[in-house]
Design a protein around this ligand. Structure first.
Ligand code: BGC
Length: 415
């Protein structure tokens, strides 16, 4: 009885303490598609459970280009949100502006250094201090396929680029759109980097697209990559320009298209539509990339705030994001895998398990590479210019691969 009373008193005190410090937290993100929105709701509910108020700052637009434009104007006008979905080298760019908050106390208490792979932890730190917290690991080099559509055309899901074009011809003849695509720069580049990895291999990928080595950017391999990339366009439909990625995924879900090259946030769409992996849809590494892994890590950068209650809410958000409960529920909806090491994977499907295994294997083998399309490696100015050049090539019928190489090499020098 006394123990019960003590427990109740402790609970009452805890919730009173939580309420006394209840703060509002405004979170900028671009998770508005089906699976993404479910994952974002998981974050909101997690935070609300600890007594804080959530203010949603969603800016629609896959890949986050619109969100980043809105964020810049908010920060410039001195009205930064508490947290914003910022990734890769952009975290350093924002930290250099002196606007991010130091999260070392949370990181120390929660042992982030021990729970994160060092390659990930380094990106979250500026001058050795945590200024951002990671949510997940997305694999980008995936091919999502509708097996019923493949069966109808009598072809199998391709594992090489040769098989890809053979299958695409058969699918076209069978009257379906072989490749569901959305003509937006970041989606064009998602396809481009998959081709670069599959046709050029990891060493080429690193030299050309991560180190931006001028010789690799203007090489016979690059020419072959660009020619292969442009061939893919013949298998997309007339309505591709401007289409959102999730609408392209919906084409595969409905069987109007056979496959999509996209990161595993696409799985979030299949799952949100009630589809079962391995039965209604299959995941396969993009052609020629089975032994490589293009990673894209979502993270939240935390901005400097003045109000003590808001700071308390912000620290609680950072703490919760790395907690095992959140890492599980969020990633089950998002299509990604937990970034926290040592998490049980029993509730995850085969695509996620394969991703987790390949993440570890490729890290050991040196074939784990950052996604350029998703802001993981190249400073943002060069990344934007390179994406523009690649999309110009995709959209301009008379541009040769050699002209495209010149433009991409020039874009890579953008500072
Ligand atoms: C983000 C994902 C998001 C996708 C589509 C990527 O850049 O990392 O979280 O689902 O864009 O919006």
């Amino acid at each position: 009885m006394t123990t019960m009373k003590n427990t109740l008193t402790a609970l009452a005190l805890a919730s009173a303490a939580a309420l006394a410090h209840a703060g509002e937290i405004e979170v900028l993100h671009w998770w508005t598609a089906g699976g993404e929105a479910k994952a974002a709701t998981a974050l909101k509910l997690t935070l609300q459970k600890s007594g804080h108020r959530w203010r949603d700052f969603a800016v629609a637009g896959g890949g986050g280009d619109s969100a980043m434009t809105v964020l810049k104007s908010r920060v410039v006008s001195g009205n930064a949100p508490s947290a914003a979905q910022i990734k890769g080298p952009s975290i350093q760019e924002w930290a250099r502006e002196g606007v991010l908050a130091n999260m070392d106390d949370v990181a120390r208490a929660e042992k982030w250094n021990e729970l994160l792979p060092p390659v990930v932890a380094d990106v979250m730190k500026y001058k050795g201090s945590y200024v951002a917290v990671p949510v997940n690991v997305h694999r980008v080099n995936w091919l999502w396929a509708n097996p019923a559509v493949f069966a109808k055309a009598g072809v199998k899901v391709p594992t090489t680029w040769d098989e890809f074009f053979t299958a695409a011809d058969a699918l076209k003849k069978a009257g379906v759109v072989p490749v569901a695509h959305g003509g937006q720069n970041w989606q064009d580049f998602t396809t481009f980097e998959a081709v670069a990895l599959g046709v050029g291999g990891t060493d080429f990928y690193k030299k050309a697209l991560v180190q931006l080595d001028p010789a690799a950017l203007k090489s016979p391999t690059m020419e072959k990559v660009l020619t292969t990339f442009k061939r893919v366009k013949d298998y997309t439909d007339r309505n591709a320009p401007g289409r959102d990625w999730n609408l392209a995924t919906a084409m595969v879900i409905k069987g109007e298209a056979a496959m999509q090259i996209m990161g595993d946030w696409a799985k979030g769409e299949f799952v949100a539509a009630g589809k079962v992996p391995g039965k209604d849809f299959v995941c396969a590494p993009a052609p020629g990339t089975a032994r490589a892994f293009t990673f894209n890590i979502d993270s939240f950068a935390l901005f400097q705030l003045k109000d003590a209650d808001k700071i308390a809410a912000q620290k609680e958000l950072a703490r919760q994001i790395m907690a095992p409960e959140f890492q599980e529920v969020f990633n089950l909806n998002k299509g990604s895998i937990p970034v926290r090491m040592g998490m049980p994977m029993d509730k995850f499907d085969d695509c996620a398990r394969q991703s987790a295994k390949d993440f570890g294997d490729t890290a050991k083998a040196g074939s784990l590479v950052p996604s350029i399309a998703h802001g993981m490696a190249v400073p943002s100015a060069a990344e934007g210019a390179i994406k523009d050049a690649v999309s110009q090539f995709w959209n301009t019928d008379k541009m040769s691969a050699s002209q495209a190489m010149d433009r991409i090499a020039a874009a890579a020098r953008t500072r």
